[in-house]
Design a protein around this ligand. Structure first.
Ligand code: SF4
Length: 484
């Protein structure tokens, strides 16, 4: 599920999902799984569960730990449940758009039944689909594209043939669907967003990232394949292909979004990032005294840079863990101030030194400039910035929140101009080829935000669909002050 908004210049992506079927304490497991996926969505959280007859749910704005009380979890406890943590990339950040979305329809051709849907991704044609559905009498209650999926599932031509529906749906979608009878996992043919399957306490678990399976003691089985639907019910597990695989795995999941302890596309995320850092030494060496990561995103790549270059690694920044993720405020000054609250440089480490500072990406550049400025203030003699991915020159329409090209610093400025803007001594980005050489199957990745080639066409209407989060929401959510 995907609206724009930004964290202190950091990127938001569209959500994390977790489901458990067929074992005791399914709700508790989903709850802990969502904790492990909290980095994928901090705006809202929700869980829907079933006892085989009815679906009940609880959701609200805020972090997982804020949304659910012990009483909520006790009330929900059942043997099957799905959950969701949300960052908005399409649809406002408000309680109505919190997921799972729950509706009622004659799903599967039978009598009317409840159905809950949790979505990670972004549809490439949500607006036109919505318009069509409205012309047919559908009434939408939310502004998120996930509701389009829910309405389509209710239509007679699709309700008894989900494969037909998903074959006809364009965009990125990793989904969990819960009915009183079963849990269904779906991944789009491109497999943009991750989704993996595991076994736990005699039942099954499905999660956006393997770290959530680890969290609940589930044994990892495999990824849900692109173009696959998995039905999990009392009879066991059944897999169906609704479309051939056309892998377009989001490489930025490996570079930035996923947790370092997760596996994606057969690779451990931390090890992949470390390899990027090593490659970065080959392409952008620097003469320096220390390597300093921008925590947490630059940690693994900085380790690789240090190992390959022989330049000692040190902590030049300390992160304030009590601030939470900061969100973009109207003025650039406010953004910089918030970024400074999150990080502080250690003068004793950087003073008088030539510092290589490694980060995973630069988006607008404003936050990066203030961060590197902290090193300067702390007495660094030289600052050489190394970025473990290529410059972001194009928007993402597949579930990540940079949808406006003009906001990307590398889309409008040269390397020299960015270096000047950041006020650093040198700047080096990893090349596209260098990045892909760290993967086992370079052709299987989406690199649209770096190269501008979009694996799935996106309707013009969708490109313009950059929603505005009301400022007060952004700020309040960022301060974790909302529990609805
Ligand atoms: Fe990922 Fe970039 Fe492709 Fe979006 S455009 S899916 S961020 S690789």
């Amino acid at each position: 599920m995907t609206e724009v908004g930004n964290t202190d210049g950091r990127l938001k992506h569209g959500c994390g999902i977790m489901g458990v079927y067929g074992c005791h304490n399914a709700v508790e497991k989903v709850y802990y799984g969502l904790y492990a996926l909290q980095h994928r969505g901090e705006e809202s959280a929700g869980i829907a569960s079933t006892n085989g007859k009815v679906i009940q749910w609880h959701k609200g704005m805020g972090l997982v730990g804020q949304v659910f009380s012990t009483e909520d979890l006790k009330r929900l406890e059942n043997t099957a449940a799905i959950g969701h943590v949300r960052y908005s990339t399409v649809g406002l950040s408000n309680p109505l758009n919190a997921q799972p979305l729950v509706g009622e329809c004659s799903f599967g051709g039978g009598p009317a039944t409840q159905i809950a849907v949790a979505h990670n991704g972004q549809l490439a044609e949500a607006t036109s689909r919505k318009r069509f559905l409205e012309s047919q009498g559908s009434l939408f209650q939310t502004t998120c594209d996930t509701e389009v999926i829910l309405h389509l599932m209710a239509r007679p031509e699709f309700s008894s043939d989900l494969g037909r529906l998903f074959k006809n749906l364009r965009g990125s979608f990793s989904l969990l669907i819960l009915t009183p009878r079963e849990m269904i996992a779906v991944r789009d043919p491109g497999g943009f967003r991750p989704l993996c399957l595991g076994k736990v306490d005699g039942g099954f678990a499905v999660a956006s990232e393997s770290c959530a399976l680890d969290q609940v003691g589930a044994e990892y089985i495999r990824e849900v394949a692109p173009g696959e639907i998995i039905y999990i019910n009392k009879d066991g597990i059944r897999s169906e292909r609704f479309a051939p695989e056309r892998p377009s795995y989001c490489i930025f999941e490996l570079i930035y979004f996923s947790r370092p302890d997760s596996h994606f596309c057969g690779q451990n995320v931390h090890q992949f990032r470390r390899a990027l850092g090593m490659k970065l030494v080959e392409e952008c060496p620097a003469k320096a005294d220390i390597v300093v990561p921008v925590p947490e995103g630059g940690n693994s790549a900085a380790m690789g840079y240090s190992q390959a270059s022989g330049i000692p690694l040190d902590r030049g920044f300390i992160r304030n863990h009590y601030v939470g993720r900061t969100f973009i405020l109207p003025g650039a000054d406010s953004r910089s101030r918030k970024a400074e609250i999150k990080l502080n440089a250690i003068p004793g480490v950087v003073k008088g030194k030539r510092v290589v500072v490694v980060d995973d990406s630069i988006v607008r550049g404003t936050t990066s400039r203030s961060r590197f400025g902290l090193l300067r203030k702390a007495g660094a003699k030289e600052i050489h910035v190394r970025i473990s991915c290529p410059p972001h020159r194009y928007p993402c329409y597949y579930g990540i929140d940079f949808q406006v090209k003009e906001e990307l610093i590398a889309a409008t400025r040269s390397l020299k101009e960015i270096t000047k803007f950041l006020d650093v001594d040198s700047l080096g980005y990893l090349s596209i080829e260098g990045m892909l050489s760290c993967t086992s199957s370079p052709k299987d990745y989406c690199i649209a935000c770096f190269a501008g080639k979009y694996p799935i066409p996106v309707e013009e209407e969708e490109k313009k669909r950059v929603p505005a989060i009301p400022e007060e929401w952004e700020e309040r959510v960022g301060e974790h002050s909302i529990v609805v």
